[in-house]
Design a protein around this ligand. Sequence first.
Ligand code: AMP
Length: 183
Amino acid sequence: MSEATEAGIDDDLAGLIAGLLRDVPDFPQPGIGFKDITPLLADGPAFDAVIHGLARSAGEGVDVVAGVEARGFLIAGALARQLGCGVLPVRKVGKLPPPTLRRSYDLEYGSAEIEIPAGVLTGRRVLLVDDVLATGGTLRAAAELLAEAGATVVGMAVIVELGFLSGRTALAGLPPLDALLTV
Ligand code: AMP
């Protein structure tokens, strides 16, 4: 595919996503502009286009797609199937049976702790996905946790990047991030 054609597809996809995103002011707390992707996920052709868009940017050599709880699970499962690789949940603390590895981090609103299974990722090449990049704390913590578990994080991908929060700065030094739409 030519670069011009690819750029055209990327622009079309970004427009499709933008048209199906719902902005929810003051959720889950005052001052937060929540980007609701449920209308996008509920639209079959749009969801298909999103998964194909993420698969295009994934490149070769991914063994496992890791998705961040909970909306990241929906993306990771479909993307893993598209790429023909495995899937791994990055979960909130207390949901996975031991042994696990865990890490706490700061969010745009509050703080959180995530956990992954220990012992299944050694030597695996992992693509890390989530729905929204806000401050970048979640993806940084997840990428560091995956590395601690022995995985090689080969890339990260989100549907929407909140550019005004400069989350990419928090991801400096980590593998490249692809965002299908930046707002
Ligand atoms: P952060 O760690 O700040 O990049 O936050 C990213 C995580 O929190 C993702 O799992 C998102 O689902 C969620 N999140 C944070 N801010 C928003 C927002 N404004 N709209 C939708 N989801 C958000």
